[in-house]
Write a protein that binds this ligand. Structure first.
Ligand SMILES: Nc1ncnc2c1ncn2[C@@H]1O[C@H](COP(=O)(O)OP(=O)(O)OP(=O)(O)O)[C@@H](O)[C@H]1O
Ligand SMILES: [Mg+2]
Length: 310
């Protein structure tokens, strides 16, 4: 079902901004299209592909180009899906980094996106900041994986750089470990947080929770990802959960992010922080489109005049 259009107004309101929206797959990228549509209300929008970026370096010159022309013509870059299969993702990362170094406003910054993709690094940063999050072990051999399982009893194995619930697996038997070690090399093993829990997804933009849903996995499934049939309902977060979500996003340096939280009797815990969070599920559950506040927040970062009053 194609969600109804929230914003009919397509004409630029200010007309003065030029905004680049980065997507590796613009034709099929619902999120980039929503963000582009919201951005069009504030200026001229170009949908850009990662392969549109290049650089020129010479003595005293270091310039990032977009479609062969200087990147300075853009006031803002939004990065709903900044890496793709075409071109070279490592080079794309470096080019976005140079873009930020040259003073361009990039939302979310590639540096923050890289932290959020890396589950070990995310766990380390959450731990250093004292934010409650499940205990994690990273191992690279079978013996240690078995020892962790013996210690935890049940654990959740996740790809170190995965997303969308792919490869996330509840491990209760040592028999599953050889296959996991063989296919993944290194294992990121999280303490399993038990069945009595509420799974929450908080969408944080500009330092506050813009919307949240509670996700109920179908019977027999412990993962609350909507793509595995979980149902989402609007919810309000209590203060502890909201503060935790906001802090988790801030610690990674994200301007906006999706935070998976689990509510336990002892309080909320952060399961994961996503720097390119989907917002279709939130839209379908709450009717609220996150593209507009994402764009408004990004614009407030470049133009204090447009900062929203809350
Ligand atoms: N340690 C855990 N204990 C209990 N349930 C967990 C645990 N880790 C993950 N889950 C469940 O599995 C789901 C998927 O795990 P997680 O969010 O870490 O990975 P992901 O969804 O692949 O990543 P992304 O959200 O970036 O797509 C969680 O939303 C949660 O419902
Ligand atoms: Mg998740």
């Amino acid at each position: 079902m194609e969600p109804r259009r929230i914003h009919k107004e397509m004409e630029p309101l200010s007309g003065s901004l030029r905004i680049g929206v980065l997507s590796a797959y613009p034709a099929e990228d619902w999120h980039a299209q929503r963000i582009a549509e919201a951005a069009r209300r504030h200026g001229i929008v170009e949908l850009l592909q990662p392969t549109d970026f290049g650089a020129e370096v010479a003595p005293t010159l270091c310039r990032v180009s977009v479609q062969g022309r200087p990147s300075e013509r853009f006031d803002l870059f939004l990065t709903p899906r900044a890496l793709g299969d075409s071109g070279d993702p490592d080079v794309q990362i470096e080019l976005y980094r140079l873009l930020s170094e040259s003073g361009a406003r990039v939302v979310n910054e590639v540096q923050a996106l890289l932290l959020a993709i890396d589950k070990l690094r995310t766990s380390v940063l959450l731990s250093r900041a004292g934010l409650p999050s499940p205990r994690v072990f990273v191992v690279q051999n079978l013996q240690e994986a078995e020892a962790v399982l013996a210690k935890l009893g049940r654990m959740v194995a996740k790809p170190l750089y995965g997303s969308l619930g792919r490869g996330v697996e509840l491990v209760t038997q040592p028999q599953s470990l050889p296959r996991l070690i063989e296919s993944q090399g290194a294992l990121y093993l999280q303490e399993y947080l038990g069945e009595v829990r509420r799974d929450l997804r908080a969408f944080v933009i500009g330092g506050h929770v813009e919307a949240a849903i509670v996700r109920r996995p179908p019977p027999g499934e412990f993962r609350a990802n909507l793509r595995f049939g979980a149902l989402g309902d609007p919810t309000e977060l209590d203060r502890a959960a909201a503060e935790l979500a906001v802090r988790a996003v801030r610690i990674l340096g994200l301007d906006y992010g999706g935070v998976d939280l689990v509510e336990l009797d002892s309080g909320p815990q952060v399961i994961e922080v996503n720097g390119t969070p989907g917002f279709r599920g939130i839209y379908e559950a709450t009717g609220r489109d996150m593209a507009t506040p994402i764009v408004e927040h990004a614009i407030s970062l470049i133009s204090p005049k447009m900062r929203k009053t809350r």
